[in-house]
Ligand binder design. Structure first.
Ligand SMILES: [Zn+2]
Length: 133
């Protein structure tokens, strides 16, 4: 992971902020500079709700560098209620209990750090949506 790049994107990542094409309405996350649907390059900022459901998930036992502290963890593709899918981690649940169709919501969690004195990086993850919400 490129910590510096992730650090720059942290504010918009933590708000789950993407783009909505002003010509065709296509949504993108993370923000894009050219619409994948119509090719034009003007966008409004779009704030995703942060609610969605698990499409597919997998338990990771051998993590890439910077993610070692999290193993085992659940990596998943979540389809947001706006219809786009994003890769993320599922947290606050036993990875064995995650399954397709599980309703989830975005939460903010520590994701990585560079040594003891380096920057701590926070990012979005998704957690099971509680029944009473
Ligand atoms: Zn477009």
């Amino acid at each position: 992971m490129q910590i510096a790049k992730s650090w720059r994107r942290q504010p918009s990542n933590l708000r789950l902020e993407g783009t909505r094409c002003t010509a065709c309405g296509h949504l993108a996350f993370p923000a894009t500079i050219r619409c994948r649907q119509c090719g034009q390059a003007e966008f409004d900022v779009y704030q995703f709700t942060g609610f969605g459901e698990v499409v597919v998930s997998s338990i990771v036992y051998e993590a890439p560098r910077d993610f070692g502290e999290h193993v085992p963890y659940c990596a998943a593709v979540v389809r947001l209620e706006e219809g786009i899918s994003i890769a993320t981690m599922i947290t606050d649940v036993d990875p064995e209990d995650v399954s397709p169709g599980m309703p989830v919501e975005m939460v903010t969690r520590r994701i990585a750090a560079q040594g003891d004195k380096g920057p701590i990086l926070y990012a979005y993850k998704f957690a099971p949506l509680l029944e009473n919400q």
